[in-house]
Design a protein around this ligand. Structure first.
Ligand code: COA
Length: 360
């Protein structure tokens, strides 16, 4: 449990997700803004986007995902809940204490991480640091977003893209060399790029005011510039991670990048020299779920048999801040936590993209 330097390693023990069943189709969106199904499908890969119900704020999505992850975490005592989100229930307090309360976890540390689409990777870094320092014996890390609440419904640059959902992992102390151990997480930011994706109003710089533009409380995005930076920076940080960990690009079994846009994911793979078939694309039915997108992609791949114990998984994200990062994870063996959501989704969608991969 303690490595040669006397430091605990942090290990991913279990994973689960919750995707609300509501969907908005491209045709439905085209009734509201000047767009069409063909443009959205070919430019983003999104066919429908997930929509949480009015009485299902981010904390509820997060708690449901957290409960699913806890099913597979026997023996781990959770003393810390970290929620990565940019769509908190309220500006104050943080969402994590609400989630801990919903889950009946009393007396725990609970706080949010806001690093936009890179939030889950930032959360992994924080969680493994807490465990390495001996400050925690078990972290429930959740990426959760209700982006339908943060998108201006008339904005054709963001409304087609974003969806709602959550996924969670339980992280426990363990050995540095075991599958699931979280190693170095490479995180970078550049605040000079703050206006690439931002919500203008409601903070201390631009408090809500009677004369603000109706778009001001919602997300604005310079899609074209973000696209360029996202491809370049995700490829760059992945190269850094592979180099630092001494792993060759041909050893990567799956590239799980933040699910911003299907074209971005293929371009990052191309730039890295990763076989495009190894770039996971998992946004067609739910859209871009920001801080939740990486854990949702991992959880769905795991539950569909697309990830096998020992697989080398390269994780990377780029988003508002700008903030970006990457890490490598050797996928651990996990107790089966096929949640009701996962089971329902599989029966709804029918097609399982990983059917060809035999489960161990
Ligand atoms: N429906 C139909 N047409 C649209 C449209 C929409 N919703 N939005 C833009 N267009 C049109 C534009 O008017 C433009 O038309 P023109 O060529 O006649 O002027 C054309 O499509 C191209 O516009 P552009 O903005 O360059 O589109 P794009 O190919 O860059 O795609 C995004 C837009 C947002 C999908 C894409 O830029 C993207 O995914 N960016 C990255 C987002 C990201 O990484 N976010 C990370 C943080 S969450």
């Amino acid at each position: 449990m303690v490595d040669a330097a006397g430091i605990n390693a942090a290990v991913v023990q279990s994973i689960g997700h919750h995707i609300p069943p509501g969907r908005q189709t491209n045709d439905e969106l085209a009734l509201v803004i000047d767009t069409n199904d063909e443009w959205i499908r070919t430019r983003t890969g999104v066919r429908t986007r997930s929509r949480a119900a009015a009485d299902e704020p981010t904390s509820v999505l997060a708690a449901r995902a957290g409960a699913a992850a806890l099913l597979g975490a026997a023996g781990t005592e959770i003393d810390t809940v970290v929620v990565a989100t940019t769509t908190p229930d309220m500006k104050c307090p943080a969402t994590a204490p609400l989630v801990a309360d919903d889950l009946g976890l009393t007396g725990v540390t609970a706080f949010d991480v806001n690093s936009a689409c890179t939030g889950f990777l930032a959360g992994m870094s924080v969680a493994s640091g807490l465990i390495a320092a001996g400050s925690s014996r078990g972290v429930l890390l959740i990426g959760a977003e209700k982006y339908s609440s943060s998108v201006y419904e008339l904005d054709r640059g963001t409304a087609p893209i974003f969806g709602d959902g959550a996924a969670a992992v339980v992280i426990r102390p363990g050995e540095a060399g075991e599958d699931g151990a979280i190693g170095r997480v490479h995180l970078v930011s550049d605040g000079a790029l703050r206006y690439l994706a931002h919500v203008k109003a409601g903070g201390s710089h631009h408090p809500f005011s009677a004369d603000m533009d109706p778009h001001d409380p919602y997300l604005r995005m310079d899609g074209r510039a973000l696209y360029r930076h996202a491809v370049a920076k995700m490829a760059e940080t992945c190269q850094d991670t592979l180099r630092a960990r001494g792993v060759g690009v041909d050893e990567v079994d799956m590239l799980v990048a933040h699910q911003a846009n299907a074209r971005i994911l293929k371009e990052v793979a191309g730039k890295l020299g990763v076989d495009p078939d190894k770039a996971l694309v998992d946004l067609a039915d739910i859209g871009n779920t920001a801080a939740a997108s990486i854990p949702i992609a991992l959880s769905r791949a795991h539950h569909r048999g697309g990830l096998r114990p020992g697989d080398t998984v390269l994780l990377t994200a780029f988003g508002a801040g700008a903030a970006w990062g990457s890490t490598l994870l050797r996928w651990p063996a996990m107790a089966s936590t096929a949640t009701s959501t996962a089971a329902r989704e599989l029966s709804q969608t029918g097609a399982n993209p990983f059917e060809h991969r035999s489960t161990p």
